[in-house]
Design a protein around this ligand. Structure first.
Ligand code: CDP
Length: 234
């Protein structure tokens, strides 16, 4: 239980590639909080399933085998200068989990209730002390329903695909705008329609549409939201 009122919990949810990770990382470093990327955790489980041949060439998942293996999956984060590195059973998988191959299976993996239960428990353990910024799809609704500050981020699918494409090309990936857009739209659909914790804005979340916002405008708006949330605690 968080008893230090100066260390609140911040939940940032939103659509794929809405810029929520960049925003969450930046805010956490400005205010000296820990940042946790919950999407990286679903990606790490997906990579684990791919490596253990639990996903066949048609994309069908051996759910039973994956559920059995869940206790053997340990996910952690190592802080670096500008962010953090995702560790899967102590191995640095940061680069591999961002590939289009992982992206194309992650939403199906994230729709499996047992996978969600296991990861939500890990996420709640990370946030036990407060002083955390976590981003994802269900952080304000399921993981931290009592978070003192909840933000829901959105931007148009085309804007989001454009951003994701630029990020992937910079990392040397060989992908087209159409492929990336198709992946964004596909994941939106699965995230919104799954039965377990579908993506939706929590009633008490503040909406932030950053389609036409500069990073500076976005950062100052976030700081204002943070200060207001702190004032409400005082
Ligand atoms: O970076 P991007 O926003 O595209 O995705 P991500 O945050 O890395 O998350 C990858 C996928 O994991 C999403 O498309 C969701 O299907 C799933 N996810 C989820 O279901 N719940 C979360 N809290 C975080 C991610």
């Amino acid at each position: 239980m968080n008893t230090d009122k100066s260390k609140i919990t911040i939940a940032i949810d939103g659509y794929s590639s809405s810029g929520k990770s960049t925003m969450a990382k930046h805010l956490a470093s400005e205010i000296g909080y820990r940042y946790i990327d919950s999407g990286a955790m679903y990606r790490a489980v997906t990579l684990f399933a791919m490596r253990h041949n639990m996903i066949d060439s048609n994309g069908a998942i051996d759910t039973e085998a994956l559920i059995k293996a869940l206790p053997a999956i340990r996910i952690d984060f190592r802080p670096t200068d500008g962010g953090q590195i995702t560790l899967l059973n102590d191995e640095d998988v940061e680069k591999e989990i961002r590939s289009l191959a992982v992206s194309s299976h992650v939403s199906e993996i994230a729709a499996i209730p047992s996978v969600r239960h296991a990861l939500v428990a890990m996420q709640q353990a990370f946030g036990r002390e407060g002083g955390i910024v976590m981003d994802g799809r269900d952080i304000g609704t399921t993981v931290f329903p009592n978070a003192e500050l909840k933000i829901f981020v959105n931007a148009s699918a085309e804007t989001r695909a454009q951003r994701r494409l630029a990020e992937m090309l910079e990392k040397g990936a060989n992908v087209s705008f159409e492929e990336v857009l198709a992946n964004v739209v596909h994941r939106d659909h699965i995230d919104e329609t799954r039965e377990e914790s579908p993506l939706r804005k929590a009633d008490d979340a503040l909406l932030l549409d950053n389609s036409t916002m500069s990073p500076e405008e976005q950062n100052s708006l976030l700081m204002e939201m943070f200060r207001n949330a702190l004032n409400r605690q005082a």
